[in-house]
Design a protein around this ligand. Structure first.
Ligand code: HEC
Length: 222
């Protein structure tokens, strides 16, 4: 009997001892994201990124591609070769993101406008036509007047693809010498807009666009 009592006692002692000495392992002094800390002068536990840090796949040194500007000037050329596939991709994206306001022909009378939104610009206005394509990139990226920016929804290459389609619309619809029926627009490639230095670049096909789209979680950035 005594032996049983002793062994029960020793089990309790053991449980008590173990529970008291393992607690530190469970509660490590780690910080949770955004937690406060007295250790650093700025009061934050998380350290800021070292200046110039670039996350993998996020290097944006091609200002032509990512900002539509070169040496501070709006560009007048595309950053990659615009072929039929690119214009097609642009048409698809345009009909999703732009046509609700600008209309499928780009005349500025889409359904949202018909329901009372401020009239969207017509791409056939001389003022709009004349603007360099870098301006279009800027409008899609950052918004313009009543129009919000689309950088969150449309990735960088798709923005250029949309511009190629808008240019195709402009060059082929009323106001131009030879208007084309809208369903044939993707047979048409805007002329004289591609940077000759980039002519040889293999990028710019729609499969490339798609793989870029998957690769990125870029949409948040500009
Ligand atoms: C919610 C409606 C809406 C959507 C969607 C929209 N826009 Fe606009 N857009 C406008 C309005 C409104 C204006 C005129 C802005 C102003 O003058 O305040 C405008 C103006 C423009 C202009 C003319 C800028 C200038 O220089 O005058 C361009 C180019 C343009 N939009 C392109 C696009 C493209 C490309 C898309 C698709 C990615 C798009 N917009 C989607 C409403 C829209």
């Amino acid at each position: 009997m005594l032996r049983v009592k002793l062994s029960i006692l020793s089990i309790f002692c053991g449980l008590f001892l173990f529970s008291s000495c393992r607690q530190d392992m469970a509660d490590q002094p780690a910080y949770r994201p955004l937690q406060q800390s007295d250790f650093f002068a700025d009061g934050q536990a998380s350290r800021p990124l070292i200046q110039g840090t670039v996350a993998r796949g996020q290097l944006r040194d091609d200002t032509h591609l990512y900002t539509g500007k070169k040496d501070g000037q709006l560009v007048t050329t595309f950053p990659f070769v615009v072929d039929k596939e690119v214009v097609k991709r642009g048409q698809e994206r345009f009909n999703i993101y732009c046509a609700p306001c600008h209309g499928q022909t780009g005349a500025g009378n889409g359904m949202i406008v018909q329901r009372g939104f401020k009239k969207a610009a017509s791409y056939y206005d001389d003022e709009v036509r004349k603007k360099p394509i870098g301006h279009y990139f800027d409008v899609i990226t950052n918004g313009y007047g009543a129009m919000a920016g689309y950088s969150a929804q449309v990735n960088v290459r798709d923005r250029w693809a949309i511009i190629s389609y808008v240019k195709a619309l402009q060059e082929s619809q009323p106001g131009s010498a030879n208007p084309l029926p809208i369903e044939t627009i993707t047979d048409f490639t805007p002329s004289g807009l591609v940077d000759p230095k980039k002519q040889t670049s293999p990028s710019g096909t729609s499969s490339k666009l798609e793989s870029k789209a998957q690769e990125k979680s870029e949409s948040g950035g500009h």
